[in-house]
Design a protein around this ligand. Structure first.
Ligand SMILES: *Cc1c(COP(=O)(O)O)cnc(C)c1O
Length: 396
């Protein structure tokens, strides 16, 4: 039996069945390539779900994390440390607006902070409900799950103690009708990630900003998947020229180290008072050092421009493939979905794996690509060269 199959068997007996048994046991990585437990290489086109922004084993990340863990690994929130201060200042600078930061350990925790902040905002103003989008994804803990518009992962754990009203994503009129003077906040992804990398129509996010401002509701942008260079911008909302009231971050921020952030812009930065929220591990020095290395490398190496260029090549290359199983491509930067004409994404993922590429069967008809931001043009070309054969194998 291969090492991979042996590990899969042991995984199956040791773990709860919530993930099923993943197909590949990854042993190590370098750049945009990972090797499985049997030494077989794969080009990593999913990057740990848009997390491994600098790829694997990036010297800047290794150096920052190693140095920090040897210097100081943990303080708790009873004490402060310089890496967290530097990171908060850096994030505020990138937002280009006065803001205050709360650091958490994951995406769902960043959204829990945003939700508590919005509840407090609403209570002081007699605003009692929230609006979120159908098929949106905000996390698995109960608060974030109550905002999540995917019935398959939400319904069996309801009812929830929070009044959330769902609107079709991308429909500005529906949003306008849903947001009244009683609405505390609107939670939206700038592009829906888990729903299939679905961008809204042009102008939707700007309309959401106007609707929220007119009604006095907070606009909360869940940028957990979309920010930190993924779309070729620090934040996806910057491409729309709008400023939300709250932004949540996680995934790519730590380059693989767990970290989340909830950022309140302007007055939203001072809604929490002393004692209102907290986290023992949030703002952990090692994760902060990792995030600083990610932000520093993106800036130093011009990765925003690189993402735009190489992402365009990837999207154009996919669009140019003429195959009956391929309907097209959507998304921006290095955050794309190859859209299929039939529900065969699982077969595409398996055929890609067989050909040495890791991709993600996100929806039955959508295959997600979210590679490291450092992926090279020649690596992208190698995938484009293999794509027709992968589609052919998946169509059999
Ligand atoms: C992944 C994701 C989350 C949840 O993040 P976790 O770190 O898995 O808790 C929330 N919102 C969006 C948009 C995401 O993509």
């Amino acid at each position: 039996m291969s090492h991979t199959d042996a590990l899969r068997k042991r995984f199956e007996s040791a773990f709860m069945p919530n993930y099923g048994v993943p197909p590949v046991a990854i042993a190590r990585g370098e750049g945009s390539v990972v090797w499985d437990a049997d030494g077989r290489p794969y080009l990593d086109l999913i990057g740990g779900i848009a997390v491994s922004s600098l790829g694997h084993g990036h010297p800047a990340l290794v150096e920052a994390v190693s140095r920090q863990v040897a210097t100081l690994a943990h303080t708790s929130n009873l004490f402060l440390h310089e890496p967290e201060v530097l990171l908060a200042e850096r994030l505020v600078g990138l937002l280009r607006a006065p803001a205050r930061v709360f650091l958490a350990n994951s995406g769902t925790e960043a959204n829990e902070a945003a939700l508590k902040l919005a509840i407090k905002y609403g209570k002081s103003r007699g605003r009692s409900y929230f609006v979120a989008a159908e098929m949106g994804f905000h996390g698995r803990t109960l608060g974030a799950l109550s905002l999540t518009g995917k019935p398959a992962i939400r319904d069996q754990f309801g009812p929830f103690p929070i009044d959330v009203r769902f609107v079709p994503y991308g429909d500005a009129d529906a949003l306008k009708n849903a947001v009244t003077d009683d609405c505390a906040a609107v939670f939206l992804e700038p592009t829906q990630g888990e729903a299939g990398v679905v961008p809204p129509p042009d102008g939707y996010f700007r309309a959401a900003r106007e609707i929220c401002s007119a009604a006095g509701a907070l606009l909360i942008a869940d940028e957990i998947q979309s920010a930190i260079g993924r779309t070729g911008h620090w934040f996806a909302h910057q491409a729309d020229g709008v400023l939300p009231d709250v932004v949540t971050l996680a995934k790519g921020l730590g380059g693989g180290m767990p970290i989340g952030a909830c950022i309140g812009i302007g007055e939203a930065g001072t809604i929490f008072d002393k004692g209102d929220h907290g986290s023992t591990f949030g703002g952990n020095p090692v994760s902060c050092a990792a995030a600083l290395a990610v932000l520093g490398t993106i800036e130093r190496d011009g990765l925003l421009e690189h993402v735009t260029t190489v992402g365009r090549r990837l999207a154009e290359g996919i669009a140019a493939v003429d195959h009956p199983l391929l309907a097209g491509v959507r998304g921006r930067g290095l955050w794309l979905a190859a859209v299929l004409t039939a529900g065969r994404s699982a077969q595409v993922q398996a055929a890609a794996q067989e050909a040495g590429f890791l991709v993600n069967a996100l929806q039955p008809d959508a295959v997600r690509l979210a590679p490291p931001l450092v992926i090279t043009t020649s690596e992208v070309e190698s995938f484009l060269d293999a794509l027709p054969g992968i589609l052919e194998a998946a169509n059999e």
